[in-house]
Design a protein around this ligand. Structure first.
Ligand SMILES: Cc1ncc(COP(=O)(O)O)c(C=O)c1O
Length: 415
């Protein structure tokens, strides 16, 4: 455990931070501390010009010809290629498409289509609800499919994997706690039983080093709007390992996933590689916007960035442990910094109101039922002094009982 830092020492760390310049690439307001980059990343400044150009030149003047001249038609591919470089994959293995939820639906079907005779989907009860709902939806259409969940049918996901397992859908990082799963070992275990693995990387892509080839996962899905700063509602992405290309089927067979869409054939023939997961027309403006997020992270070494994230996370956690535990604050994230993606999740029975009081002070975190306060640690734009100040604000909110004010107890739709 590192010793407790002073604010001056935090400022000194910022002065020697090799990522310090990255913060300038985002539109972040002075005096605000944004600890929700694990939910929606901040806006890269360059997105304004990028989208403005698309509106005023490519849409206003180029109109439909921009499908060719501005590369609109190929954006799912070109963005997928850039992601592949970041996520340890080859270009034809990643494509940008639809939402994470829809990609889960497609990859679950794809994996099941390759596993005849196997009937079980294994996942985690603590998974993000969409993952569970998609599993339920798929199983409701395929009568032979069973669902086994860690936390309900056994303690751990490893205990559930057997020779009947068709596919394991697992989060590389847990959205509530930030806990990292050893996806490489889990995949090796699943493969030893003949099962396939789909990795949900929503909370790992852009936060920790992700390498699909090294992890040897079969499929992966993830979103762009969190650590990859692609903007609100940015389309998601899907990975399909090359060894499975041409071997899986997915049910949402639209014209963008056709081998030759401009032949307008009445029958479906799947496109090559991960492009077989494409369905229909994508939100071009959102795709253009997300390219700006990729520009910011493109030259970053993810190992170095994760190291900075761990330092920030440890400093924040140490300060809180020292200052706040006597006020009923508990740790929900793993205490070992190497086991979390940077995110620090704390518990308190009045967590919702405490988060509202922090937001009023300019420190944005979020709240998840029943009592979890999440603080996203995103080293691309956060400074050491930010995490120091955020912990100090939390201490003051607790010390003064500020969170008890009536205005902090009104429930918002989004928490
Ligand atoms: C881990 C995880 N999986 C899936 C989803 C669902 O993503 P979407 O609503 O974009 O389909 C989310 C959303 O936050 C998530 O955090």
């Amino acid at each position: 455990m590192t010793t407790l830092l002073t604010r001056q020492e935090a400022i000194a760390l910022d002065q020697s931070d090799p990522f310090a310049g990255k913060r300038q690439e985002f539109a972040l307001e002075d005096g605000k501390i944004y600890l929700c980059g694990n939910s929606l990343g901040p806006m890269p400044k360059r997105v304004v010009e990028t989208v403005h150009n698309t509106l005023t030149e490519d849409w206003a003047k180029g109109l439909i010809t921009s499908q060719n001249t501005a590369g609109w038609w190929l954006l799912s591919d070109t963005l997928g290629n850039r992601l592949a470089a970041l996520l340890g994959a080859d270009a034809e293995e990643v494509v940008v498409s639809d939402s994470t939820g829809l990609n889960i639906y497609k990859t679950l079907h794809a994996a099941l289509s390759m596993q005849s005779g196997r009937n079980t989907i294994v996942s985690e009860l603590s998974s993000f609800p969409t993952d569970l709902y998609m599993i339920e939806g798929v199983a409701s259409l395929l009568n032979h499919v069973n669902i086994k969940l860690a936390g309900r049918d056994a303690d751990t996901i490893e205990q559930l994997i057997d020779d009947d397992t068709a596919v394991v859908l697992v989060n590389q990082v847990d959205y509530r706690s930030g806990e990292i799963c050893d996806i490489k070992s889990l995949t090796a275990l699943a493969h030893s039983h003949g099962a396939l693995v789909i990795s949900d990387v929503c909370h790992s892509a852009g936060a920790i080093p992700v390498n699909f080839h090294e992890e040897n996962v079969d499929f992966a899905v993830g979103c762009m709007y969190k650590y990859l700063n692609g903007g609100p509602g940015a389309p998601a992405f899907v990975y399909a390992a090359k060894r499975h290309h041409g071997k899986f089927k997915q049910p949402l067979t639209g014209w963008h996933g056709h081998a030759e869409p401009f032949k307008f054939e009445p029958g479906y023939r799947a496109a090559q590689g991960a492009n077989a997961f494409l369905t229909g027309t994508q939100p071009t403006l959102s795709q253009v916007a997300m390219s700006a997020g990729l520009d910011v992270i493109a030259d970053v070494d993810m190992h170095d960035l994760y190291d900075k994230g761990k330092r920030l996370s440890e400093i924040f956690a140490n300060l809180i442990e020292h200052w706040c535990t006597s006020y009923g604050i508990g740790f929900y994230s793993p205490k070992d910094v190497n086991k979390r993606n940077g995110q620090v999740s704390l518990t308190h029975q009045n967590g919702y109101s405490i988060i509202q009081a922090l937001i009023a002070r300019g420190v944005t975190g979020d709240f998840r039922q029943p009592n979890i306060m999440r603080f996203g640690i995103t080293p691309l734009f956060l400074r050491y002094v930010d995490v120091w100040d955020a912990a100090h604000h939390l201490k003051e909110v607790l010390e003064t009982n500020e969170w008890q004010e009536e205005r902090f107890n009104r429930k918002n739709l989004v928490t």
